[in-house]
Design a protein around this ligand. Structure first.
Ligand code: DON
Length: 309
């Protein structure tokens, strides 16, 4: 991958890495997926991508990690590009105020998940993508390879298998929604697609570049259109309100950007019309968000003034 390190954001992210140097190592890697538990919490990487694909990086910014729930942004964008508003009959767009893997609201709300970023909502989105493409995880991988310019991006089958072996809660969510006819594909097929999707390994550079269409108002790296300007705004809005689960209010308060976290320790963020970011450090807080990642994004918007507010 040719990712030039140009000077302008470089001093800022180097200062951030120095300012938050005590933070990597705080928090704990996810342990409910055994294959993620061995991640080194002291690792830290950060990348910023400009609209033209110029990337700046610091620390472990080229080191692949498990992207996990970050992929939910890309599957949502792909489904919106394929079927537009129809998706919103299957999934809501309100913050849940609950942990990402919570079951509790689903019965009260008749099998319609609150938003596309909690696990229940992401399962519905992957189900739609699988129906629309015949291979949800493959469609995601093709898209991410194209947008990142990295043809080597791939799933980590070991992580996918580890999650499948400990996937009772996701299986429960999927079966429960199927009982409301909100899942079209056989549940085992859907879970296989979802676990492979989550296992996709990518670096901060890859994910900052792949998120670029959200800063370019829906325009892909090759200049073609994935989303309308209005749809790109909608995805950014759902990221801001729901992208960090029951910490979305605190994330908006501290960072002031649309963002999406994953239990691998990564977080992507968007400055619409300007740039995209990805930070990674595996130590998580109690809500499943990277401690050093949030600290770095908080510092970025403070130092640069680049926020949506
Ligand atoms: O469904 C799961 O449990 C994981 N594969 C993804 C969860 C995740 O990344 C939540 N993010 N903070």
């Amino acid at each position: 991958m040719s990712t030039p390190v140009a000077p302008s954001f470089q001093p800022v992210i180097e200062q951030i890495a120095a300012d938050i140097a005590a933070t990597p190592g705080r928090g704990r890697p996810a342990d409910y997926i055994p294959a993620l538990a061995s991640a080194d919490p002291h690792r830290f990487g950060m990348a910023v991508a400009e609209l033209d694909g110029t990337v700046y990086g610091v620390g472990d910014w080229r080191r692949p990690f498990s992207s996990q729930s970050i992929t939910k942004v890309f599957t949502l964008a792909l489904v919106l590009s394929l079927e537009g508003e129809a998706l919103w009959e299957r999934v809501g767009r309100e913050p849940s105020g609950n942990p990402f893997n919570s079951l509790v609201q689903l019965e009260y709300e008749n099998g319609i998940p609150r938003n596309p970023f909690i696990n229940a909502g992401a399962l519905v989105v992957t189900d739609r993508l699988h129906t629309l493409t015949g291979d949800a995880a493959g469609a995601l991988r093709t898209f991410l390879r194209a947008e990142s310019g990295n043809p080597g991006l791939d799933f980590d089958e070991k992580i996918a298998a580890s999650e499948a072996a400990h996937g009772d809660r996701n299986a429960a969510l999927a079966h429960f929604m199927a009982s409301y006819r909100n899942i079209d594909n056989p549940v085992p097929d859907l879970l296989d697609q979802y676990f492979r999707q989550c296992s996709l390994e990518a670096s901060c550079a890859d994910l900052a570049l792949a998120t670029g269409f959200l800063a370019r108002h829906g325009i892909r790296a090759d200049g073609s259109s994935l989303l309308t300007r209005s749809q790109a705004k909608q995805v950014n809005a759902v990221m801001l309100t729901c992208g960090t689960y029951d910490a979305a209010g605190d994330f908006a308060y501290r960072v002031g950007l649309p963002g999406k976290s994953g239990v691998g320790g990564g977080i992507i963020a968007v400055v619409p019309g300007h740039c995209t970011l990805c930070v990674w450090s595996p130590g998580l807080d109690e809500r499943g968000n990277s401690v050093a990642g949030v600290a770095a994004l908080d510092r970025f918007t403070t130092l640069t003034g680049l926020s949506v507010f």
